[in-house]
Write a protein that binds this ligand. Structure first.
Ligand SMILES: O=C(O)CCC(=O)C(=O)O
Length: 286
């Protein structure tokens, strides 16, 4: 079964954050259209291919990663082209509406499916979080279509409403899933508990280019260790918002400090005092 293309939410919607958060709350996912134009998608596909060549990325070596899929992890540290997507202002409104302020980037991964790829096991990206299910979203996955996602070429399969299930999918469990068909330049936003998986690429010659950008609430552990995975001299060239999202930030004025200091100070950057200790001493001196 395919999800009709009819009902994506336009990236231009004035209530984007609210509308997408409401759809994700109801169905476990929502498709957002018109995030990127054709030229941008083509340039990003070329860049995925260039990074794969430069780093000699091989096909996956297990069924989960896909024997006919190439993945590049920590993509933002390997190419500047993807950094703007992570801090895309339309997506920022969506993620903040779902996870609240202070959320973090959890990882960036390209998923390049070749013809002959078989369906990935259904899974939930927050599967390792041991909170009783169902629970509010602690993690959000955004899967960006850099080329069209079609049922035939391996579009992501999603089980609508599964973010409300009490159980995780058992290995190999089959369930009624829909193929998230969407034009290039769109993205599907998934509640972290939603059961999903890459589809079968049964096309003769279509390569499917997708990009997973994951975020977590500010109090959660990130999946990819972006602080250690990014040399400090490279982090220093990132826009401030991206530095904050990879972990050079403080949650609720205390989580993430380094010897009571804001981590951005380690990069030599000026930051407004926002630490709990500074606030306490300001209050005491009143
Ligand atoms: O490639 C896809 O469509 C989804 C892949 C996925 O969900 C994953 O690898 O966790």
């Amino acid at each position: 079964m395919s999800l009709p293309l009819g009902n994506p939410i336009s990236a231009a919607s004035p209530q984007l954050g609210h509308d997408v958060a409401a759809a994700v709350e109801e169905h476990g996912f929502a498709v957002v259209s018109g995030l990127l134009d054709e030229g941008a998608c083509k340039a990003l596909v070329d860049e995925v291919r260039r990074v794969e060549r430069e780093h000699e990325i091989e096909l996956g070596k297990n069924d989960f990663e896909g024997f006919r899929t190439r993945r590049v992890f920590n993509l933002i540290s390997r190419s500047s082209a993807f950094r703007d997507l992570v801090i895309h202002e339309r997506m920022d409104a969506i993620i903040e509406a779902i996870l609240g302020d202070g959320y973090l980037l959890s990882g960036t991964t390209s998923m390049h499916l070749f013809p002959g790829e078989t369906a990935q096991l259904l899974h939930a990206d927050d599967g390792m979080i041991s909170l009783p299910r169902p629970h509010p979203a602690t993690l959000v996955t955004t899967l960006w279509a850099l080329s069209p996602f079609r049922a035939e070429n391996g579009a992501t399969m999603v089980v609508p409403g599964s973010h409300r299930f009490e159980a995780m999918p058992k290995p190999g469990e089959r369930h009624e899933a829909v193929a998230v068909e969407m034009p290039a330049g769109s993205a599907v936003v998934l509640h972290g508990s939603t059961w999903h998986g890459g589809g079968t690429n049964a096309s003769a010659d279509e390569e499917r280019y997708g990009l997973s950008i994951q975020y977590v609430a500010g109090w959660c552990r990130q999946q990819q260790n972006l602080m250690l995975g990014t040399p400090a001299d490279l982090v220093a060239t990132y826009p401030r918002r991206l530095q904050e999202l990879i972990g050079y930030s403080i949650y609720r004025n205390v989580m993430g400090h380094v010897d009571r200091q804001h981590p951005l100070r380690l990069l030599g950057e000026e930051v407004e005092p926002a630490m709990v200790w500074e606030k306490l001493s300001n209050e005491e001196s009143r």
